[in-house]
Design a protein around this ligand. Sequence first.
Ligand code: FES
Ligand code: FES
Length: 189
Amino acid sequence: MRVNFTVNGRPQEADDVWEGESLLYVLRERLGLPGSKNACEQGECGSCTVRLDDVPVCSCLVAAGQAEGRDVVTVEGLADHARRRSCGDAPGTSLDAARGWQPKGTGPATGDDPELAPVQQAFIDAGAVQCGFCTPGLLVAADELLEHHPNPSDADIREALSGNLCRCTGYEKIMDAVRLAAARQGEGA
Ligand code: FES
Ligand code: FES
């Protein structure tokens, strides 16, 4: 079957999709967007988290057909999503741009780096990335939290990230990163 959906603000279609194929597989293998990670394929780790019609979901548990006509945001489109949120812009991230995404802002946050979402910069600055396998899912989940709860409590952060497992950091740096992103967001408001 063919699946038509919007990915990172742009219409996309995937052909010859098998009925049991996951959204994660389509994103990674058919659209060439490997940012969403495949770790457990059982909905246990959150490394495959994307937003589906704005709601964070484990894309390994979503049948690709369920995405028909819907809106998906992956980690590759997170910076553009954050920019559109703050500026009201509309264009989205092209598939080629998403496939070619490279982190360019690896220094301290300057507030003018268009390549990273604020939450991505905060993860770098707080040292919340080690092996990085969990990071895309955490970023998508944390960005959604900060969109709806600009000033989250620690309990809010723990709750929002409770479905995302990290085997490296012990979670404290991740908590620091989300607190940092929230504080910066508050300063910029
Ligand atoms: S790969 Fe989807 S939750 Fe682990
Ligand atoms: S940084 Fe390695 S699993 Fe989280």
